[in-house]
Design a protein around this ligand. Structure first.
Ligand code: ADP
Ligand code: ADP
Ligand code: ZN
Ligand code: ZN
Length: 779
């Protein structure tokens, strides 16, 4: 029986997703780590059950009307949970690419900086003290009136509008003009106005060129169109509009995304001349602290900002209190290896791991206690040298009186846990059981556990001969972000790992490898961006598998009798789909004050199709049931259909056997999306000579899955291709042919090639922060 003094969170009968009626007891006030191969059910237990139940109770207590929502969305499938504190989840979600939030707003450092300027800034003689809002470009009080706080203005130039000045206007010199009739109309109007539309653009007088491109006048003339294709056009009144006016109008007013994107090509963004890109009003920009404006301070990496604030010691008491608060907040962020970020850095440019660690740092200062924090792989994107700091931060959250539940693969984090919950033994229906719940050391006796093998077996990495590259690809000199004229050589026909602490410039360097470099044939970037942003894209549609499956259904006897074609089995077009949800399977539920949520469609209950379509079966299953199969089950089911099997094989090969064919793109993690892309790549017919770029492909993978994935990548290289991975997992780096180590630090303290060579060579490099960890993996 549960008593208030029972120190355990007790879960009984958890059946969410693949969980097989799990009973587990986890102590509160500890660091508990959830492990298991991908798809084993760790997230279903930590997030889908424990966090979801805490969330449900919270909703019920604050908003009784939310009961209806919970009823529709469904509470987690669990018998009972006792001893559960309120929960805070720090999941790896990327923010919307349009979001205006920044490092400063996420960490609330921006608020503190504004307060500092408002209360303790140096004002010009006679100026009134400003409210802290006046230092924010997101408020009317603070935004620069010229650019409305964007910091940028869009301009066109002659070079952009007329890329090829050897052409005449008739031949299409003005690339920015619209096509079809409207473009001809503008040309005829210019002709009627007396401009020469047949001379090469560059031979026209500058004055004419400027007028044609930039005038704000809109003269009206009578146009006598020439005879075209035998049809006679009547004279009409034509209005002229300059190319700039057309581009600006399309960019700001057009409803068509395609037209806006086209217009954008003719625009260059330049810093706003009024505020110099600072986004703020002149009055705010006249105030300084330690001799700098707030925009200047916000552009500094946090570690330098801390130096400036520390150096401003001789100021007032108010300033001292406020700077101390700022310094303490900055310290927690810097501690997590993010001191290279500046407060004005936009969050959409951060990686998911960076963003999660920023939120973690912010939580540390929130003063909450008695809650359970649920985290998703906080070590993602972290160099082994920074993992130590992460552990310190997790310990501090715990010491403040909280429970810290973490889904993790990184063995150093696993070893540090007070309590280990190992889920498995495998993925999907072959997993979903708790193999061990207790102290880490006790896992050693659990034979079934894949985690145990890596945690305790110190089996040396298989010895592989380092390959000799066919040739070398020179990248750079690159000058971008923190790289200053960096050159690097990438071996062709080999496996390269790019290493270095977070922010050292790995992604920036790899981004310099482009298709137009000599020696690069086909270039394939396998990144972690979602394979689609709506539930309409899924594993099957992305890989092309769905098309083959639909053909199979269209070829069944019932379908042929009824005249159902391939399109009938699509949930994206009318015909076969359920019209209530238009084939989504879900309807969106809007509730005041709460984020909108999806609930299963009341008509098809998530099946996505109408009843007639569902009457067609192949080997006893209808199309909805087939979409519900896991990749693994589908491989058995379609054993007699070779093209389907081939496609499924490659998915199994990258460790995705546990995903369901119809699993919506929106439910997939970045790592899963990346492996799906890799699988579709592997399924193509290849001739070699492709260069594959992968950014941290091991994110979200258990060491057992990493082994499988690494094996696949090496096979690509054996097939004559080249592979470059940005990677922190030293097991992968140790098996590479070549290592490029960037650093020494992050941001301005990095951006150099510290060492390059075989893993053995880099492990002995003097100034490399990677070297000691690589040496350990090679031992
Ligand atoms: P892990 O966190 O260990 O990688 P998950 O808990 O994410 O594993 O997944 C466990 C199983 O549940 C997998 O078979 C997965 O396909 C399935 N699953 C995950 N999310 C959903 C969902 N939203 N609906 C149905 N099944 C799901
Ligand atoms: P890594 O991949 O090693 O973590 P990055 O190449 O992402 O490092 O970053 C190197 C430096 O460039 C860092 O100082 C980072 O803050 C900066 N940087 C990266 N992306 C952007 C961006 N989109 N805008 C501004 N600065 C960036
Ligand atoms: Zn401005
Ligand atoms: Zn429906």
């Amino acid at each position: 029986m549960h008593s208030p003094h029972d120190p355990f969170v007790r879960v009984r009968g958890a059946r969410e997703h693949n969980l097989q009626g799990v009973d587990v007891d986890i102590p509160r006030d500890v660091l508990a780590v959830f492990t298991g191969v991908s798809g084993s059910g760790k997230s279903s237990l930590a997030f889908g059950t424990i966090y979801a139940e805490a969330q449900r109770r919270y909703f019920e207590s604050v908003a009784p009307y939310a009961r209806r929502l919970i009823h529709q969305v469904g509470a987690p499938k669990v018998g009972e949970i006792t001893g559960l504190p309120p929960a805070v989840s720090l999941q790896q979600r990327r923010s919307a690419p349009t979001s205006r939030s920044s490092v400063g707003t996420v960490t609330t450092l921006s608020n503190s900086l504004r307060m500092l300027f408002s209360r303790a800034g140096s004002y010009p003689e006679g100026a009134a003290r400003l409210d802290s809002d006046a230092f924010s470009s997101n408020t009317a009080a603070g935004a620069c009136p010229e650019c409305h706080g964007l910091g940028l203005v869009h301009r066109t130039t002659e070079d952009l509008l007329v890329p090829d000045p050897s052409l005449s206007i008739r031949d299409g010199a003005i690339a920015a003009w619209p096509g079809a009739w409207q473009g001809k109309n503008l040309r005829d109007v210019l002709d009627a106005l007396g401009y020469d539309v047949d001379r090469p653009w560059r031979e026209l007088p500058q004055e004419d060129r400027d007028w044609i491109l930039f005038t704000d006048e809109q003269p009206v003339v009578t146009v006598h169109p020439v005879r075209e294709a035998g049809r006679i056009h009547r004279p009409y009144q034509g209005t002229y509009m300059s190319a700039r006016r057309y581009v600006m109008k399309t960019f700001s007013d057009s409803k068509s995304q395609t037209l806006r994107t086209k217009a954008e090509r003719f625009l260059a963004s330049t810093p706003c001349p009024a505020c110099g890109g600072s986004r703020l009003r002149p009055e705010a920009m006249a105030v300084t602290f330690a001799g700098r404006t707030i925009a200047e301070l916000a552009a500094l990496p946090l570690s330098e900002l801390a130096d400036v604030l520390t150096g401003s010691a001789d100021s007032s008491e108010t300033a001292r209190v406020l700077t101390e608060d700022l310094l303490a907040r900055i310290a927690t962020v810097t501690e997590l290896g993010l001191g290279y970020l500046s407060p004005d850095r936009a969050t959409p440019t951060l990686s998911a791991g960076e963003l999660q660690r920023l939120r973690l740092a912010t939580q540390l200062r929130s003063g909450l206690f008695g809650v359970v924090y649920v985290l998703d792989e906080p070590s993602a994107g972290l160099h082994p040298a920074d993992t130590e700091a992460l552990l310190t931060v997790l310990d501090r959250l715990k010491a403040a009186g909280n429970s810290v539940f973490v889904v993790e693969h990184h063995l150093d984090v696993v070893r540090h846990a007070d309590w280990l919950v190992d889920v498995g033994p495998q993925a999907g229906e072959h997993g979903g059981r708790v193999l061990h719940s207790g102290p880490v050391a006790e896992l050693e006796g659990v034979q079934e556990s894949a985690t145990g093998r890596f945690l305790f077996d110190r089996a040396a990495a298989p010895v592989r001969e380092v390959r000799t590259p066919r040739s070398w690809l020179k990248v750079g000199p690159a000058t971008r972000h923190n790289l200053r004229g960096v050159t690097a050589e990438i071996p062709i026909g080999a496996f390269t790992s790019v290493t270095g602490v977070s922010g050292s410039g790995k992604s920036t360097l790899v981004g310099e490898i482009t298709e137009d470099l000599p020696g690069v044939g086909r270039l394939v970037c396998v990144d972690q961006k979602p394979i689609g942003r709506t539930p309409r894209s899924n594993l099957a549609t992305y890989t092309g598998l769905f098309h083959v499956v639909r053909k199979v259904f269209a070829a069944t006897e019932t379908a042929r009798e009824r005249g159902y074609g391939v399109g009938r089995f699509s949930f994206n077009v009318a015909g076969g789909r359920c019209e209530t949800c238009q084939g989504e399977g879900f309807v969106s539920v809007e509730l005041l004050f709460l984020p909108s949520t999806y609930a299963p469609c009341p008509d098809c209950a998530g099946a996505r199709y109408n009843p007639e379509t569902l009457e067609v079966t192949h080997q006893g299953r209808n199309i909805a049931e087939v979409l519900d199969l896991t990749v693994e089950a589908a491989a058995d089911f379609f054993a007699d259909t070779p093209p389907v099997v081939r496609s499924l094989r490659t998915l199994l090969d990258v460790g995705l056997g546990y995903l369901r064919l119809g699993q919506p793109a929106t439910e997939l993690s970045g790592g899963e999306a990346q492996r799906i892309k890799l699988a579709s790549e592997l399924q193509r017919v290849r001739r070699g000579h492709t260069l594959y770029l992968l950014d941290e492909p091991t994110t979200g993978l258990h060491p057992a899955d990493v082994e499988v994935l690494t094996h696949r990548l090496h096979e690509l290289v054996d097939g004559g291709n080249s592979v470059v991975v940005v990677e922190h997992d030293m097991a992968v780096v140790a098996g590479a042919d070549w290592v490029i180590d960037l650093g020494p630090g992050g941001g301005d303290r990095g951006g150099q090639v510290v060492a390059a060579g075989t893993p053995g060579e880099v492990a002995r490099a003097e100034d490399s922060r990677t070297a000691p960890y690589l040496a350990r993996a090679l031992a």
